[in-house]
Design a protein around this ligand. Structure first.
Ligand code: FAD
Length: 477
C-alpha cells in the first residue's frame, strides 16, 4: 500500500479539524432585485440554477468559506455555446459575473452574488499520444487518475479537487514541476469565449499574444476558457517521499537553511515542498515532501542532505499514481475558513528571516506555511517566455491560517497580517497569483513583475471594456 507524502489537503484538513462547517454557513441567498428574463438555452448547453432550484445547493460549494457567495444565477454550462450565451446575456443586462472552474480561489474570485458561469460540468478528459485534452471543469485528481493509468504524469498541484483551469492559468506548481515545468508550461492549445462572446482558439501560432497571457496571467482576465490541451509525460514510476521533524526554533532554522540550499538546486527529478507548522511545546514541525519520476536510490541519496542536519527516517514509496488516494468527486471536497498570503524568496533567506518566521508562527496553533522549491524545469524557461513572472525565484512561501465557524476570523486575519508584515525585510516582495491576497497593495507588480506591461497591453487589446474582471484581474493599460 503506497504511502502518500503529506498533501496540502491533508495538512490543511488537519489544521482545520475544528472547522467542520455547513457549506452555506456564511452566505446568504441574495434578497436582491429579480433577475431579468433568463436566456433561452437548450439543456444540452447549460442548466440555469437559481436559489430555490432543486439542484442549486448541490453546486453551491467552494473551498474557502470566508469568501463563498450565493449567486442569483448559477449557469452550469456544458458547451462553449452555453458559456457564450450566458456571457452575452450578463453583459446585455449589466450583470457582473464570475467564472468558476474548480472553486478553489483563496479570495473567492470565482464567486459572485449575481452570476456564476460554472464550467465544472465540462470535465471530459481525452488522451491522445503524449497529450491530453481536458474540459475546463476537469479536476486535477480526475486527470491524474486517467493519465497515470496510461503511464503518464502531468505537473499539477497535489490537491485532487483543484480545477486545472484556474490552476494552469496562474502557473500551476506541483510535485512533477522540477522535471516537467509548471502546468502552464505544458499548455499547447486552448479554446475560450472572448469578450465579444466569440469562441476562439489560441496556441503558439494563433492569437499568440493571448496564448502567452494565458500561461501565468491568472484566471478571470482574458476570457472564459472552455477546453485546453496539454503535453503529458511518460513515466516509469513515481517515487513519493516524506520526512518529518519536530525541532526547537534554532534547530529548525538549521534544517530550513539546509532545505533552502538544496531543494531549488537538487537534481531536476526531485520536486519538494517544505511544510511548516506549530509543533507544540515551542517546537516547529517541518515536513519535506516530494515526488520524483526517477529512482528511489537517488531520492534516498538526496534526502541524506537533510537527515544529516537533523536525524529522521524518510518514508519512500513507489506508485504509478501522482495522488495515491482514490480521487474524490469534484464536489465532495472539504471547505474551510481561511486567509492566506504569499511571498517569494529570490536570494537565500537569512537565519534572522527564518527565526522571525518561526517566532511569528509559534504565536498561533493554526498558522502554517508551505515552501515550494523552484529551479529545474520551472526555472529554465526564460522569464518573458510566458506571463508567469517568477522563474528566477528559489521558492515560494504561502502563509495561511484556518479557523472554525465559531470565530468571525478577525483575530486570525490580524495574526496572519502581522506575520506577513514581520517577514517584509526577508523576502522579495513578489507573490503568486494562485495564492492571492486582496490586501496586497500593488498586486499587479507582485504577481507579474516585469511581465506586467505586456499583460496590460494584451488585456487592452482583447478585453478593452474589462468584461472579464475581479478584484485582482489584470488591469487595463
Ligand atoms: C487546497 C488547495 C491546494 C492547492 N494546491 C496548489 C498547488 O499545489 N500548487 C499551486 O500552484 N496552486 C495550488 N493551489 C492554488 C490553486 O492553483 C488556485 O486556487 C487555482 O486558481 C484554483 O483553480 P480552480 O479552477 O480550482 O479555482 P476557481 O476558484 O474556480 O478559479 C480560480 C480563478 O480562475 C478563474 N477561472 C475559473 N474558471 C475559469 C475559466 N473557465 N476561464 C478563465 N478563468 C477561469 C476564476 O475567475 C478565478 O479567478 C491550491 C489551492 C487550494 C485551495
Amino acid at each position: 500500500m503506497p504511502t502518500s507524502p503529506i498533501s496540502r489537503r491533508d495538512y490543511l484538513k488537519a489544521m482545520a479539524a475544528a472547522a467542520a462547517t455547513p457549506l452555506l454557513a456564511r452566505s446568504s441567498l441574495a434578497a436582491a432585485a429579480p433577475l431579468p428574463t433568463l436566456p433561452t438555452l437548450p439543456a444540452s448547453d447549460a442548466e440555469l440554477l437559481v436559489p430555490g432550484s432543486a439542484r442549486y445547493k448541490k453546486f453551491q460549494v467552494a473551498y474557502n468559506l470566508r469568501t463563498i457567495k450565493a449567486p442569483r444565477l448559477r449557469a452550469l454550462c456544458k458547451t462553449p455555446q452555453g458559456v457564450a450565451a450566458v456571457i452575452n446575456w450578463s453583459r446585455d443586462n449589466g450583470l457582473p459575473f464570475a467564472l468558476r472552474a474548480g472553486g478553489h480561489s483563496y479570495e473567492g474570485f470565482s464567486q459572485s452574488e449575481d452570476v456564476a458561469i460554472d464550467v465544472s460540468q465540462m470535465n471530459r478528459i481525452d488522451i491522445a499520444s503524449a497529450t491530453m485534452t481536458v474540459g475546463a471543469g476537469a479536476a486535477l485528481g480526475d486527470i491524474y487518475a486517467k493519465i497515470n493509468a496510461a503511464g503518464f504524469a502531468f505537473p499539477g498541484g497535489s490537491c485532487e479537487t483543484v480545477g486545472v483551469t484556474g490552476h494552469a492559468l496562474g502557473g500551476g506548481f506541483g510535485f512533477m514541476g522540477r522535471p516537467f515545468g509548471l502546468a502552464c508550461d505544458n499548455l499547447e492549445w486552448a479554446e475560450l469565449v472572448d469578450a465579444k462572446s466569440n469562441i476562439i482558439t489560441v496556441d503558439a501560432q494563433n492569437n499568440a499574444d493571448l496564448f502567452w497571457a494565458l500561461r501565468g496571467g491568472g484566471g478571470g482576465s482574458f476570457g472564459a476558457v472552455t477546453r485546453m490541451r496539454f503535453t503529458i509525460h511518460k513515466v516509469q514510476q513515481i517515487v513519493h517521499f516524506s520526512v518529518s521533524w519536530k525541532l526547537n526554533p534554532a534547530s529548525a532554522v538549521k534544517l530550513m537553511q539546509a532545505w533552502q540550499a538544496w531543494a531549488p538546486h537538487a537534481p531536476a527529478n526531485l520536486t519538494t515542498v517544505l511544510v511548516l507548522a506549530n509543533g507544540g511545546k515551542g517546537r516547529v514541525a517541518l515536513t519535506c515532501s516530494g515526488q520524483s519520476p526517477g529512482s528511489t536510490d537517488e531520492v534516498r541519496h538526496e534526502l541524506a542532505k537533510l537527515t544529516k542536519v537533523a536525524a529522521a527516517t524518510p518514508t519512500i514509496t513507489v506508485s504509478s499514481r501522482q495522488v495515491p488516494k482514490k480521487p474524490v468527486s469534484g464536489w465532495a471536497y472539504p471547505s474551510l475558513f481561511q486567509k492566506a498570503k504569499s511571498d517569494y524568496v529570490k536570494s537565500p533567506m537569512s537565519e534572522n528571516g527564518m527565526a522571525m518566521l518561526f517566532r511569528e508562527m509559534l504565536k498561533s496553533p493554526s498558522v502554517g506555511a508551505i515552501c515550494d522549491a523552484y529551479g529545474g524545469a520551472v526555472g529554465s524557461v526564460p522569464g518573458d517566455a510566458t506571463a508567469f513572472g517568477h522563474r528566477d525565484m528559489l521558492y515560494s512561501i504561502q502563509y495561511f491560517i484556518n479557523w472554525a465557524k465559531t470565530s468571525n476570523g478577525a483575530s486570525e486575519t490580524t495574526r496572519i497580517g502581522e506575520l506577513y508584515a514581520a517577514m517584509r525585510p526577508y523576502v522579495s516582495g513578489a507573490a503568486y497569483v494562485n495564492y492571492p491576497d486582496v490586501e496586497l497593495p500593488d498586486y499587479p507588480t507582485a504577481y507579474w513583475g516585469a511581465n506586467l506591461p505586456r499583460l496590460k497591453q494584451i488585456k487592452a487589446a482583447v478585453d478593452p471594456d474589462n468584461v472579464f474582471r475581479h478584484a485582482q484581474s489584470v488591469p487595463l493599460a
